[in-house]
Every structure is written in structure tokens, then in C-alpha cells.
Design a protein around this ligand. Structure first.
Ligand code: HEM
Length: 469
């Protein structure tokens, strides 16, 4: 049976792209203004690509052994790129997502324990509480009404990360402040990414930078006071009653230097976890629901699985590993729409990659978007097929060409957290609702800070008649 091929910016021959850019530059930049929409068809089968802008040379490594070299074997030769970090720094400072070298190693050592399996298990109940509020919000809507599901996923993912860091829910006022500020921040960060790609420094866009600074201040204005109060309470010796992520970060000591995070560092790490931990998960959840709505056979299997696993009772931690179909659907959504589409790295020392000489200071990017759809490594790469993850023919592709959470020492800190959260939300939704596409609506994928739909993701949600757990 032929599989559903979800929308993505159709690649064009390189010549046609260049011709469009020359003949209609304004229209071109408007319609193909993000990295995934400006890709040529050759990009999906190349091993290495090169783009020369007035300011710098950017390479794309698109072959398993090159990806392994950059991310796993020689990560210190390819540190995080400055590209886009300039703007993120306004919100995150020099936190774990941006830093390099010894600074990063210390941060990672202190933060790792907060995301170990045992800690993730502790926050299971907090995740369930946020999921229950999502279900209550959906129940309050008219039966079968259209829902902007990407917004709902943003709300629940932000609520989950907030609760698991602070042991309390995100209030409606905080949510409003933070979401509006994030939208402004994203826009400004994206505009700076473009100016840097064409070779201009981020300060060349002073209005964008000022907007991003104001947005970052608003977000930090919500998060920092809570962090500082908890930090001061810990250091003044008051008894601590929380078992959340913040508690682990405040009390955590680096095994090598014996140091703890100071209050300023804590605020930066928390802002980072908040951003890295909700945008990405929200994007992945929304795309999974869209794909399940478009493939009712997969959706039925997810529903039946949730009914069989929960059997009318509340979900337990150990249930999560029994959600096989749900896991595969989520994995396939991450393959088709990886929330992080590009991972740019700096070239620390001049080196050779395939037939190219990479100068020190140039940028080389690994692209989950491209390698996940590579024509040479995946069969039917653009089709939605969760069962490919059971197919022995794709074992090698899964091992070498599947990097939604990156790999190597800088692998996503929150990968287990994200899987647990996805299992709770998706199985809970599949148990209670049926999702259908809205006729005529087609999402338009764009790569901003995360891979989103430019026109949102709209679905029809109807409550299932079967009793929920
Ligand atoms: C589906 C959800 C998620 C996806 C697809 C994802 C993906 C990624 C990727 C690709 C990276 C590497 C970026 C790079 O090196 O350029 C990364 C790093 C990171 N992620 Fe995630 N992420 C997800 C959820 C989360 C969550 C829930 C958290 C925290 C609660 C989190 C925290 C982080 C942090 C702190 C880093 C930086 C790690 C380091 O550099 O040492 N992520 N993530």
C-alpha cells in the first residue's frame, strides 16, 4: 500500500533556484526564506555541500562517516558555531547550549544527574498533571471543533518543563507573557541568523537585536526571581522540600572542580532548559498528531494500544515502555520533521573533508533534516511509515543516519525526558480523542529555531466514546 507523503518544501534544481533568486529576488526571499525551503534537489542525495556567502563559507556534511567525525570522534575540532549563538546569548548567557571547552564540560557534569533515568521517573507525576490540564482544555471545547494543535502542544510542553523545574504549574498570566515574548524572540533570532549567513554581524540589525533583548528580559523576568529565591533559600540552610530539576541544579556539585552553579549561572541554565525543553518537544508532538490524523490506520493502532496498555486505569511509569506503536510514530515524526533541522559547528583548525579544504573559522553543519531524508540511505524517504523502525533493512540507516537528538558528547541532555513526555501526552490524547484533518488545510514546514508550520497545524478533535482511564 502506498504511504502518505506529508508536505515539505519541494526541492528544485539548483539552476532554477538561482534563476528565481536573480529574476525575482523579493519573491524568492519571501517564499523560500528559510534554510529548508532553499534546498536544491541535489542536496537530498549529496555527501557534502558548500555555500559561499559574502561573509563566509558554509559546508553541509551529509554522509554518515562525516557526521560521526564531527559529532562523535572529533567534537573538539568542531565546537558549537557562533552563528545564531549571538542572539541566543541574550536569553541564555553562556549556558550549556552555547558554551564550549572546559566551561561546557563543567556545566554538563553538573547538569547530567538532573536528567538521569531515576530523576526522570520522579517527575513522571508532574508530567501527568500537566497532561490532565491539557485534556481539560480540550474537553472544554465544542465537540469536533478545529484545534490549533501546535499551540496546544506549546502550552502543554511549556507547562511540563515549568512544573518539572519548579514543582508548580505555569499560570495563565505567565504563559501569556512568556509565549508572546518567545514569538518576538524567535523572529528576531531568525532575522539575525539570516544576516549572519549573508556575512553581516548581528549588531548590523540593531532593531532586531533591541527587540530580542527586550523579549529575553521579559522571559527572564518570569524565571529569574523564582530561581534566585530558591538558590538563596538553599544557601541559607532552610530545609528543602522539592525534588525537582531546579533542586538538582542548585545542590549539584561538579565532581572535578567541586564547584556549584552560582545564582547567575543557574538563571542562565534554567532559561536554556525552558527554551530547549519546550519548543522542540512541542514541535515533535504537533507533527506526530498531524501525521496520525493523516494516516488513520496508524492512529487506530495508537488508540488500541493506549486502551490495551492502560486498561481503564491511570498511567504508570512502567507502562511507557509498552507503547510500541506510539514510540514508532513519534520516532518517524522526528525523522520527517526533526525539530532541530541544522546543527552548525565551527571549524577549529583547517582540515580536509572529502575533496574540500575547510579553512579554520568556516562553518560546517550537520543537518538532521537532510540526512533523515537522504535518497541513498532511506527507502521511500519522504513517506510516513512508522513501521520502518521495525524493518531490519533500515537498521543501518537508523544507526548512522538518524540524529534527531544529535549524538556524541553533546547529545541532547533532555532526550529521555522528551520520550517520557511524548509517551504520556500522545497515549493520553489517543485514548481520549480522535484527530481528523481539516479539508483543504496543509501545513507549511519552515525551519526557524525549531521546525514549525508557518501557518500552524490545525486538526479536528473529537472525544472518543470509549471510557478513558
Ligand atoms: C523532541 C524533543 C527534543 C529534540 C528533538 C531535541 C534535540 C536536540 C538536539 C538536536 C540537540 C543538539 C543541538 C546541537 O548540538 O546543535 C539538543 C541539545 C540539547 N537539548 Fe534537546 N531536544 C529535545 C528536547 C529537549 C528537552 C525536553 C530538554 C530539557 C528538558 C532538552 C535540553 C537540551 C540541552 C540542554 C541541550 C544542549 C546539550 C549540550 O550541548 O550539552 N532538549 N537537543
Amino acid at each position: 500500500m502506498s504511504k502518505f507523503v506529508p508536505p515539505y518544501p519541494r526541492p528544485m534544481p539548483k539552476r532554477r533556484l538561482l534563476l528565481q533568486l536573480l529574476l525575482r529576488p523579493v519573491k524568492f526571499l519571501r517564499s523560500r526564506s528559510c534554510a529548508i525551503s532553499a534546498l536544491s534537489d541535489r542536496a537530498y542525495s549529496m555527501h557534502m555541500g558548500e555555500l559561499t556567502t559574502p561573509g563566509q563559507r558554509i559546508y553541509i556534511a551529509n554522509q554518515p562517516d562525516l557526521i560521526k567525525r564531527i559529532l562523535v570522534d572529533e567534537p573538539e575540532e568542531f565546537p558549537k558555531a557562533r552563528m545564531s549563538a549571538d542572539m541566543l546569548r541574550l536569553l541564555m548567557g553562556n549556558s550549556i547550549f552555547i558554551s564550549n571547552g572546559e566551561t561546557w564540560k563543567r556545566q554538563r557534569r553538573i547538569m547530567n544527574p538532573a536528567f538521569e533515568q531515576a530523576r526522570i521517573k520522579i517527575v513522571f507525576g508532574l508530567m501527568l498533571e500537566a497532561a490532565e490540564e491539557l485534556f481539560a482544555r480540550l474537553d472544554a471545547r465544542a465537540a469536533g471543533s478545529a484545534v490549533q494543535i501546535d499551540e496546544e502542544m506549546m502550552r502543554v510542553a511549556a507547562d511540563i518543563i515549568f512544573r518539572t523545574i519548579f514543582s508548580r504549574p505555569l499560570t495563565a498570566d505567565e504563559a501569556k507573557l512568556i509565549f508572546e515574548a518567545f514569538i518576538r524572540f524567535q523572529e528576531a533570532a531568525f532575522a539575525t541568523g539570516i544576516t549572519q549567513t549573508v556575512g553581516l554581524p548581528s549588531w548590523a540589525l540593531p532593531i532586531g537585536r533591541a527587540r530580542a533583548r527586550r523579549a529575553a528580559k521579559t522571559i527572564r523576568g518570569v524565571l529569574d526571581p523564582i530561581v534566585k529565591a530558591r538558590h538563596d533559600s538553599f544557601h541559607s540552610g532552610e530545609p528543602q522540600r522539592h525534588e525537582d530539576i531546579l533542586q538538582s541544579l542548585i545542590a549539584g556539585r561538579d565532581a572535578v572542580t567541586g564547584t556549584r552553579f552560582d545564582a547567575g549561572e543557574l538563571c542562565e541554565q534554567v532559561a536554556t532548559l525552558f527554551l530547549a525543553g519546550h519548543e522542540t518537544s512541542a514541535s515533535a508532538l504537533a507533527w506526530t498528531l498531524y501525521l496520525a490524523a493523516m494516516d488513520q490506520d496508524v492512529q487506530d493502532r495508537m488508540h488500541q494500544e493506549a486502551v490495551a496498555v492502560f486498561g481503564g486505569r491511570a498511567p504508570q511509569f512502567h507502562d511507557m515502555k509498552r507503547l510500541e506503536v506510539t514510540r514508532k510514530a513519534f520516532a518517524e515524526a522526528l525523522r520527517l520533521y526533526p525539530p532541530v533541522a541544522f546543527m552548525p559547528r565551527s571549524v577549529a583548525h583547517g582540515c580536509t573533508m572529502r575533496d574540500k579544504q575547510l579553512a579554520a573559522g568556516s562553518t560546517v553543519s550537520v543537518s538532521p533534516w537532510l540526512i533523515h531524508r537522504h535518497r541513498r540511505y532511506w527507502q521511500n524517504p519522504d513517506a510516513f511509515d512508522p513501521d520502518r523502525f521495525d524493518d531490519p533493512a533500515t537498521t543501518e540507516a537508523q544507526r548512522q543516519c538518524y540524529v534527531p537528538f544529535s549524538k556524541g558528547p553533546r547529545v541532547c541532555l533532555g532526550a529521555s525526558f522528551a520520550h517520557q513526555e511524548a509517551a504520556i501526552i500522545l497515549s493520553g490524547l489517543m485514548l481520549r480523542y480522535r484527530f481528523d484533518p481539516i479539508p483543504g488545510f496543509v501545513p507549511r514546514p519552515v525551519a526557524r529555531l525549531t521546525t514549525r508550520s508557518a501557518n500552524g497545524i490545525w486538526l479536528r478533535a473529537s472525544k472518543r466514546t470509549a471510557p478513558a482511564g
